[in-house]
Design a protein around this ligand. Sequence first.
Ligand code: NI
Length: 475
Amino acid sequence: MKRKKSRHYLLPFLGILGFICLALFLFSDNSVFSTEKNIINNKETTQSAYPGVDIVTEITDEKLYSMAIHYPEFKETFLNEQIQQYVSWSKAEFLKQIDQNRKHLREAQASLYILFDIYPIDKDMYSIVFDMESYVGGANGQQNSKVFLVDVKNNSFLQQIEIIIDSEQNRDKLYHLLLHEFKYSEKYKEYLFQDFLEEWVKDKNNHFSNMFLTEDAIVFKFDKYQVTAGAAGSPEISLPFEKVRELITDDWQKKLYPNKQDHGIREPGEATGPNEQLDSDKDIEESILPKKKRVALTFDDGPHNTNTLKILELLDKYNAKATFFMLGNRVDFYPNIAKEIVARGHEPGNHTWSHKDLTTLSKEDINLEIERTNKAIQKATGKEPTVYRPPYGSINNQVREAVNMPPILWTVDTEDWKSRDANKVLKEVQKAVKDDSIILMHDIHNSTVEAVELVLKFLAKEGYECVTVSELNAN
Ligand code: NI
């Protein structure tokens, strides 16, 4: 936000509105949720990049809670029923908890996010990996995940335990493979509870329902707290097929390995393989081709529970990377959105905790605004920002000295917050953009979502590559 306009004329109106809300709350009974359960404010179905798979997005924004739910839809009813059952169950649990916690929900809106990833296994099989995160008051949100292995051709789900040869010896091997990956992971090594992991793997009732397949690995997705401390989030441990080959049934080896032949299990003498070839090709390319024009898209004041996700989809579609200068208190509300930003390869930036003009604060208060935000972003995303943007672009020497990160301003101001008009935003970009521009937008406005699509289309046509601020500054 750049503007500093007083909004005092709104106060009487807000007071009356608040009174009405309070009255409604006091006179309503507990049954209010049963009538609201099926309200979905906005439902959209879009095509995914995978044939035969659509993506359904349901957005619900109520006074006490918001839900942003994404799930895949196939052509086969049976597959859809199972997946929708999981989604409905998650929603019902969430609403039940709101009902139980409504007294504590005065301060912060409750939220439910269901996101998913698709990993093709082969032409007709996909791993669908859901991530559910809910917040219903209190200090911590809840997180869990759910895996579906979908066989589209046979209209069925695969069971993980059918893929692995289940024996005591194999479980022991699997335990050591997972232990090794945890121990060598910078991200998780300090948080592992080794005895939890061992117990989990060796429990005969464990059918590895959190296991999914990608084109070249099997992956275990653990829930928060399952085998690690909370700070590790929900770890994903990937074991390449070569390492787990002997644990996999013959049938599945045949299914999974044909695709692997080109990448080859190399003979010892053949060490100079395709990889080195690739490297030298790349060198040649880099020396001959002219340097590509680059811009950094930056988004301030988020994360926003729906618009940020829509912008992330667009960025993926155009293979663009961006920097999100997030407000600490918004990250606190929407940690899962912040997490998604980083998970998709974008850069997290610090836009202070509460959007105060830093030049009006003491050194201590400046530090508080910055540090608290860095911590919140680190906690939500696993990555600490290395850049910040002072609110209103307002900066002086005291701010520069207090903050131990480079301040990032902008060179193209789209004024999206002022015009709220996608075409005007595009015009501002067309007028001012050049190589190495830093473009300012805000991912909190609906109109900016529309604008992002126009801007990305324009930049792609003009041959610009969209990179993060830190990538832009590295050269
Ligand atoms: Ni701002």
